[in-house]
Design a protein around this ligand. Structure first.
Ligand code: ZN
Length: 408
């Protein structure tokens, strides 16, 4: 039997768990020590720590406290790991828990969280996805069913004090240039794991939020970090301090819906090892990884292009964010022809194993992004043909059924 190193009591709040934290700081104490070569299981809460419920109302998404996220399990110390080493993490397996055979996707209200397409979808929305083995389907989004590619949205090692200072300095400088550009320190809702109260209070003033990906990995939301993959993380503190969470049942590239992929509580089985001095040996600045030999084998795609000209016709210079947004909007408009509401189509792009690519990034002035929509996940045929689209969802074209709740 593999050891369950981190066990979560889901009847308790995340703050009641010393094995959970929601900020990055070098002084957060290790919750356990393991040896190179050890493998073990870590249970994780969903990223919001249970704020989102399995029901048909999006009020919980609208009212979510985003200063609390992400709730991570760890940090775990690896004996012998020192700054300059690479921590090798084999993601051996990931799974759902018996009491949580469901997950959620949503997009935040523009006034609380917002997101990629909040100009087009300003209200909070939520869809619940049910898990049947490797498959996910949703009572809120009919006509679609796909194999999950479970992965941790967030995994990485603790930063050193110097690295933390670097993060704060550069992010504060950006934040000073305008509102909403960074997630500022929020000491009131910091949960610093096993730190003693006084030390925790002081450290929370400078502890980094978990929102952005950074040099240590962190919230990268890479769907390909699934079971069977192997990740090489830079180590910055003695023992490494590996933490993880934000488990996803499935996600489209870009996690465009922001709340988020198909979010779930679950467990992850990992094995750890060390490459001494690996950062310098391999010239590593950010984590590198090897993909899994296993992933959903969707071969048929409809691919949507987008260029760096926004919805109003404004020209941007090689802006991949604008280009990907256009590719996504083009896919949403297309899916609406088959009976989906815009919100449902948007959710599909956040949840399904959609591929996103930067196809061209040099042809001035337009970046070209592409969105690969797997066609085999749909109950109906969504390929273009001479006869025009045949809606297979809801009451037909123009009368999409929707279970979404928009409450103000
Ligand atoms: Zn997530």
């Amino acid at each position: 039997m593999t050891d369950t190193l981190v066990k979560i009591d889901f009847s308790k709040k995340p703050e009641e768990h010393p094995c959970i934290h929601n900020r990055w700081h070098p002084d957060i104490p290790m919750i356990a020590w393991v040896k190179p070569g050890d493998d073990f299981v870590v249970e994780c809460m969903d990223w919001t720590g249970g704020q989102i419920h399995n029901d048909d109302c999006a009020d919980d998404v609208r009212d979510v406290d985003l200063t609390k996220v992400h709730y991570l399990s760890g940090p775990i110390g690896i004996e012998g790991a020192e700054p300059g080493d690479l921590l090798v993490v084999d993601i051996l397996d990931i799974g759902t828990l018996d009491q949580f055979k469901w997950g959620f996707n949503g997009f935040f209200a523009k006034e609380n969280g917002g997101g990629f397409l909040d100009q087009h979808f300003p209200d909070a929305h939520k869809s619940i996805w049910d898990f049947k083995g490797i498959y996910a389907s949703s009572r809120h989004i009919p006509g679609v069913n796909f194999a999950g590619i479970m992965h941790p949205g967030l995994i990485g090692c603790l930063p050193s004090k110097a690295l933390l200072d670097t993060w704060n300095k550069r992010e504060n400088a950006l934040a000073a240039t305008g509102p909403g550009l960074c997630a500022p320190c929020a000491p009131e809702t910091a949960h610093m794991g096993q730190m003693k109260p006084d030390a925790a209070k002081a450290a929370a003033q400078e502890a980094a939020r978990t929102v952005p990906p950074r040099e240590h990995g962190g919230n990268c939301d890479i769907k390909d970090l699934t079971k069977g993959s192997k990740v090489y993380f830079p180590v910055y503190v003695k023992g490494g301090g590996l933490s993880m969470g934000d488990l996803h049942f499935s996600q489209g590239d870009g996690e465009i819906t922001f709340c988020g992929a198909i979010e779930m509580a679950g467990w992850i089985h990992i094995k750890v090892d060390i490459i001494k001095g690996g950062i310098a040996k391999y010239g590593v600045k950010n984590p590198i990884f090897k993909p899994s030999p296993m992933k959903p084998d969707y071969k048929n795609y409809l691919i949507f292009e987008g260029i760096s000209v926004d919805e109003s016709g404004k020209q941007y210079f090689l802006d991949a964010h604008v280009a990907y947004r256009q590719a996504c909007l083009n896919a949403i408009e297309y899916m609406k022809k088959f009976g989906y509401s815009g919100a449902q189509a948007y959710a599909i792009l956040g949840c399904a194993p959609v591929e996103g690519h930067i196809s061209g990034i040099v042809d001035i002035p337009n970046a070209c992004a592409t969105l690969f929509l797997p066609t085999d996940i749909f109950d109906g045929d969504i390929n273009p043909n001479k006869d025009g689209p045949v809606p297979f969802v809801g009451g037909g074209m123009g009368v999409p059924i929707s279970y979404w709740k928009d409450k103000k």
